[in-house]
Design a protein around this ligand. Structure first.
Ligand code: HEC
Length: 308
C-alpha cells in the first residue's frame, strides 16, 4: 500500500525541484492531474468499500427480519443511563422470586451467597440464606461424601445433578444457567421481562407439540418452559404487591445484577473519572494557553538584506 501511494505521489514530488517551497503529496478529491493508476486504485477501493458496507447492512437487516419472534419492548429500567445504580430493593425482591420460583429448574452456578452481602442482604441474613440449603461436600476422613448446611463461600446449588437429569425432567429441554443470561440474550433484561410476561395462546395455524408453550418473544415461538409467573406466584418479605409484572420486573433486575455485579462500581467510576478528567482538562487547557501566550502574540518580521 505504502509503495503504491509512494509511486503515485512520489513521481510528482521529484519533479518539483524547480519550484519554490516543498510540495506535499495531496490526496485531494480534485481528479484533475491524477495518474491513471491512482484513479484505478481509488475507484477500486471505493467500489470494494461501498460493496462491503452494503453487504453488511443487508445481512444485518435480513437477520433482524428473518425471525417471526416479537421484539421486546424497551422498558424504562431505573438503572438505565450512565449514572444510575441498580434498584437494590428490587434486586432483593428478585432474589426472592428466583428462590421461590426459578430455583426449581434453573441453576445460578456463578453466584455465591457471599455475593449477596451488602448488595441485597446483611452478612447475618446471607449466612441464614446459605444455611437453608444443603451442599454436597467431601470426601471426609473415611473417604465418604456428605451433605452439610451451606456457608457464605458456597455457590448456589443446582437443582439437578447434571444436564441429562435436567433434560429428563423437562421434556428434553435444558433450562439454561441464569448467572449470565441477561448478557447472553439479545435484548437483555427487556427480553427476560417480555419472555416471562408474554405467554399467550398460540395463533391459528400454529401447532405445538406435547410439553410446548407459545411465547411470541422466544425464537420459533414454541418454548418448553411453561408460564411460571402469575399474580401471587411468590411472596415478598417487604410487602410489595406480588403482581405477575412486578415479579417479572424484579427477577429481571436481579438477573441483571447476577450478570453484571460490577455495574454500580462501574457507574461510580464513571462519575469519578468525569470529575477528575474535567479538572485535569481545565488545568491542561490553562497551562497550554499560558505557555503559548508569548509565542502566539509575538510578531516576526523579516528584513530583506539591502543590496549595496
Ligand atoms: C418448571 C421448570 C422451570 C421453571 C420453574 C422456570 N423455568 Fe425457565 N426454563 C425452563 C426450561 C425447560 C427452559 C428451556 C426452554 C427451551 O429451550 O425451550 C427454560 C428457559 C428459560 C430461559 C431461556 C430462554 C431462552 O431465550 O433460551 C430463561 C431466560 C428462563 N427460563 C427464565 C426463567 C425465570 C426467570 C424463571 C423464574 C421466574 C424460570 N425460568 C422458571 C424451565 C423452567
Amino acid at each position: 500500500m505504502a509503495a503504491t501511494v509512494g509511486r503515485i505521489c512520489g513521481a510528482r514530488l521529484l519533479k518539483n525541484y524547480g519550484l519554490v517551497g516543498p510540495q506535499v503529496c495531496q490526496l485531494s478529491t480534485n481528479a484533475q492531474g491524477w495518474t491513471k493508476s491512482r484513479k484505478l486504485l481509488l475507484s477500486t477501493l471505493g467500489v470494494i468499500g461501498g460493496g462491503a458496507g452494503a453487504l453488511l447492512f443487508a445481512l444485518e437487516q435480513s437477520v433482524d427480519a428473518s425471525g417471526t419472534e416479537a421484539h421486546p419492548y424497551h422498558q424504562p429500567w431505573s438503572h438505565n443511563g450512565w449514572f444510575q445504580s441498580l434498584d437494590h430493593a428490587s434486586v432483593r425482591r428478585g432474589y426472592e422470586v428466583y428462590k421461590q420460583v426459578c430455583k426449581a429448574c434453573h441453576s445460578l452456578q456463578y453466584v455465591a451467597f457471599r455475593n449477596l452481602v451488602n448488595v441485597t442482604h446483611t452478612e447475618a441474613e446471607a449466612k441464614a440464606e446459605a444455611a437453608e440449603v444443603m451442599i454436597k461436600d467431601g470426601p471426609d476422613e473415611e473417604g465418604n461424601y456428605f451433605e452439610r448446611p451451606g456457608k457464605l463461600s458456597d455457590y448456589f446449588p443446582s437443582p439437578y445433578p447434571n444436564e441429562n437429569a435436567a433434560r429428563a425432567a423437562n421434556n428434553g429441554a435444558y433450562p439454561p444457567d441464569l448467572s449470565l443470561i441477561v448478557l447472553g440474550r439479545k435484548g437483555g433484561e427487556d427480553y427476560i421481562f417480555s419472555l416471562l410476561t408474554g405467554y399467550t395462546d398460540p395463533p391459528a395455524g400454529v401447532a405445538l407439540r406435547e410439553g410446548q408453550n407459545y411465547n411470541p418473544y422466544f425464537p420459533g415461538g414454541a418454548i418448553a418452559m411453561a408460564q411460571v409467573l402469575f399474580d401471587e406466584a411468590a411472596e415478598y418479605s417487604d410487602g410489595t404487591p406480588a403482581t405477575a409484572s412486578q415479579l417479572a420486573k424484579d427477577v429481571s433486575t436481579f438477573l441483571r445484577w447476577c450478570s453484571e455485579p460490577e455495574l454500580d462500581d462501574r457507574r461510580l467510576m464513571t462519575i469519578k473519572a468525569i470529575g477528575i478528567f474535567s479538572t485535569l482538562a481545565a488545568i491542561v487547557y490553562y497551562y497550554k494557553r499560558h505557555k503559548w501566550s508569548s509565542l502566539k502574540s509575538r510578531k516576526l518580521a523579516y528584513k530583506p538584506v539591502s543590496k549595496k
